[in-house]
Design a protein. Structure first.
Length: 195
């Protein structure tokens, strides 16, 4: 898509606003939400997003913004193996089947590695994650450990957390109170590319 970080921030603001309220933001809503004092700066940013082909603008309407692609954002790669850092950069969008109408709080990550193969999760699969701050025992999810991101099954032990792979060649990752740890979200399903 080739957007700058600031353009991505504006696009995500518009998408999140639309998901939350069911209608697009006005130029003033965007200015307020993005902390911009100049309405003309917002209009210029909207022009750039329209040129990039990700929004349509109708200047005759106060809320005349339409997203071209309302798919689930593909944010990069997640290691199913040893954790690696995964930047939240939008690389594209994944269109989900019609039955998945509510895509709010969903995002996708491409899987790297083979530590989850016994759960049927392979390299280059697309993991669809629901962003949430907690996860239940035995659920698989995306986790950030000391600024690295991994896909594993969650278990809580006395005094620590265990992130368990689904491949006997890999050891579980033990997370203690000394580690920086965050639940990014729960794995909802995996998309496979059979080409």
């Amino acid at each position: 898509m080739g957007l700058t970080n600031r353009q991505k921030e504006f696009f995500l603001f518009i998408k999140n606003f639309l998901d939350e309220y069911g209608y697009p933001p006005s130029v003033r809503d965007i200015a307020k939400g993005m902390g911009v004092t100049s309405i003309s700066s917002v209009k210029k940013m909207l022009d750039r997003l329209a040129e990039a082909g990700i929004i349509k603008k109708d200047s005759s309407k106060a809320r005349g913004i339409e997203l071209i692609n309302r798919g689930v954002p593909l944010l990069g790669r997640i290691k199913a193996g040893t954790p690696v850092f995964s930047e939240e950069n939008i690389e594209g969008y994944v269109e989900l089947a019609e039955k998945f109408k509510n895509t709010q709080n969903l995002f996708c990550l491409k899987v790297e590695g083979d530590s989850m193969i016994d759960k049927g999760i392979f390299e280059d699969d697309t993991a669809v994650i629901k962003k949430q701050p907690d996860i239940n025992e035995g659920e698989t999810g995306a986790f950030r450990i000391n600024d690295e991101v991994t896909l594993k099954t969650f278990a809580r032990k006395e005094g620590y957390i265990l992130l368990i792979p689904a491949n006997k060649r890999y050891q579980s990752i033990r997370v203690t109170s000394k580690d920086s740890f965050e639940v990014i979200g729960k794995l909802i399903f995996v998309l496979k590319d059979f080409n």
